[in-house]
Design a protein around this ligand. Structure first.
Ligand SMILES: *Cc1c(COP(=O)(O)O)cnc(C)c1O
Length: 361
């Protein structure tokens, strides 16, 4: 067995690196593709659902795929500092890869609207955190402006190397299954990830060396937003996005045109879910499959389940849902959803423990 050293090394012939490029890696990628066993039974439909568990990347989200590539290229081009606006996960990833590279990271985050785990990581990695009185979209606009005045490389998903790294998730899925799924479901914020997956599937499908001669060679792409932050449903940018799923609390998606292209080319669609539906899917996944993702990630499964139920996604389909981030990122939202299952407190005696077990059987 060879030592796995990250997705750039693994897919280097499909990425913009050369033999002499210094790879900035934390061993990202190669995440589990887990088939759901109980959820399809619960919905009573004959479908095969896999989840791509991106929460097992080094900083706990898929952002590491893009960040290894963006920071590798920034360093190759001689950059000494990177900058991003973030709802949390991009800042954690940028901070970690900057440490790995030995360069500086500046991150703009919306004050009070970033999940606790993401803040903890970013603080620990030692990034320069700039909190702003404004949302992600405001931060993004500021980052774009400041990057024209200061010697910093933007590592948001408008950096094309981010999407290059992220497309490898589609490679992994096809490599593992031996075919592309019929449907691929993703949460959509800036829409970089849905664009990157489509790029990955498309590159594999057009390459006869890896083309495994199955149909369809590319999935229908389904993008799901939170109802309070659903510019793709509105058909226009929105100004005050709100959702419990802070990772997709975005009103001005940066990959707007690219994502509409994906929708058209794949015959896919966008749809939206209420926060209640998103949180219900998050809990379902935890309680019936043992898989803990953050709220934004659960939008992919929530959307898929609704579309399976209505028949929009037909029986017999192979479906992949990307779980973009780890549930541990947002402990507050998780705990607040489990008020009815608060731990019981008892005496520290054998009798009391025995009674507690018997009561619960
Ligand atoms: C960044 C992020 C998203 C949204 O991805 P986009 O590429 O912005 O559409 C979804 N879920 C999580 C957990 C994220 O960190």
């Amino acid at each position: 067995m060879t030592h796995y050293t990250g997705l750039i090394a693994h897919y280097q012939d499909r990425l913009p690196v050369s033999a002499t490029t210094r790879l900035i890696s934390l061993g990202e990628g190669n995440t589990p593709l887990i088939q759901l066993h109980h959820v399809p039974r619960l919905v009573g439909k004959d479908v095969t659902i896999y989840v791509k568990y991106e929460g097992l990347n080094p900083t706990g989200s898929f952002k590491d795929r893009g960040m290894t590539m963006a920071v590798t290229k920034a360093v190759e081009e001689g950059s000494q500092a990177i900058i991003c606006a973030s709802t949390g996960n991009t800042s954690a990833a940028a901070a970690a890869y900057a440490v790995r590279a030995g360069i500086k990271a500046f991150v703009l985050i919306p004050e009070g609207k970033i999940a606790l785990g993401k803040l903890a990581q970013t603080l620990m990695y030692g990034a320069q955190i700039i909190q702003i009185n404004g949302n992600f979209d405001k931060g993004m606009a500021l980052v774009k402006e400041v990057a024209t005045h200061a010697p910093v490389t933007i590592v948001n998903s408008i950096n094309p190397f981010r999407l290059e790294g992220q497309k490898t998730a589609a490679f992994e899925i096809v490599d593992e299954l031996g075919f592309a799924p019929d449907y691929h479901c993703l949460p959509v914020g800036n829409a970089g990830n849905i664009t990157a997956y489509w790029k990955g599937y498309s590159e594999y499908a057009s390459d006869s060396a890896t083309h495994k001669a199955v149909t369809p060679t590319r999935p229908v792409m389904c993008g799901y937003q939170a109802a309070g932050a659903a510019p793709f449903m509105a058909g226009k940018m929105i100004d005050n996005p709100e959702t419990v799923a802070t990772a997709i609390r975005i009103g001005h998606p940066q990959s707007w045109d690219l994502a509409w292209n994906v929708q058209r080319e794949s015959n896919g669609w966008f749809d939206s879910l209420t926060d209640t539906e998103i949180l219900a899917a998050q809990k379902l996944l935890s309680q019936f499959e043992g898989i803990f993702c953050e709220p934004a990630s659960a939008a992919s499964l929530a959307g898929a389940l609704r579309d399976i139920q209505t028949g929009k996604i037909p029986e017999g389909s192979n479906i992949v849902c990307t779980l973009t981030g780890n549930g541990l990122k947002d402990p507050d939202t998780a705990i607040s959803q489990c008020q009815d299952t608060h731990p019981v407190t008892i005496d520290a005696s054998l009798d009391a423990v025995k009674k507690a077990i018997l009561d619960a059987m």
